[in-house]
Design a protein around this ligand. Sequence first.
Ligand code: ZN
Length: 318
Amino acid sequence: MVISFSAQSLAFGAETDQNQEYQKLMSLYKKTETVTNIPWYVLASIDQYERNVRHSRNDIPKAEGLIEIYFKPEVWSGPLNPNKEDQNPITIGLFEGIGEDGNGDKRADPKNDEDILYSFAHFLQSYGTDIENLKIGLWDYYQRDKAVGLILGHMKLYKKYGRLDLDKHAFPVPLNHNYSYNNTWGDARGWGGRRIHEGTDIFANYGVPVRATCFGVIEMKGWNRYGGWRVGIRDIDNTYHYFAHLNGFADGLQTGQIVEPGQLIGSVGSSGYGPPGTAGKFPPHLHYGLYKDNGRTEWSFDPYPHLKAWERAERNKR
Ligand SMILES: [Zn+2]
């Protein structure tokens, strides 16, 4: 009993820390919105995109503050600035660096949260504050469609919910149905050439509901030769949740739509391994995969430990 009590208070402590961090971040975004007219959810989305990129790479230094937007020294100080560590907003401006003073201390400090946010917002401001112009600004900055797409997805979510706390997850099938799964991520698969199994198979009967595992945006829906009828959801952590071999989709489900953890998206089936409509070539199951974008590419990681954790969390709630 003692052990479970302290585990509970530890979990509660972590939650409180996280809430405090969200509050601090929100006030930083809103303060910058007040002075630049760039909406808070635009700033939050850029910061969140970069936070996830940073956490999945080891060639970008760790952030020192709460804001995790990273500027290379030459971008901050200006490409031709001989002083890469320059913090003088005037000389940075002369060398066309992005760095600005956001907190009024007359220094443009690339490690200061307010300076970082203000600098990015100021850069975007030169394009305009409406969404179409912001998109152009983001494209000019990142030069990568995927980055712009992920940031726009985050914006949709933050704007709709009006909060940063969108980390809740759900197990993909309701716990009161019969299902089973093992850890088979990385196993060799023969069909379609040499490839590895990029997911966890959850075996269940035809028609068992399949639910969204996260807050996210439907990024893809349709037929794929391997996956059959499948859906992909992009969450706030740049993670892509992939559901394959479905029997069908939830009514009205469409790409671009926002979903919530536990929301019905389809049902278990055995579609795939042939032209559209092919089914029954293997026992019905949900293939569930997770992929992460790191700012350059996307790779598969093992969903099994996450499934276990989400399942446990739901079971404990009952
Ligand atoms: Zn599978």
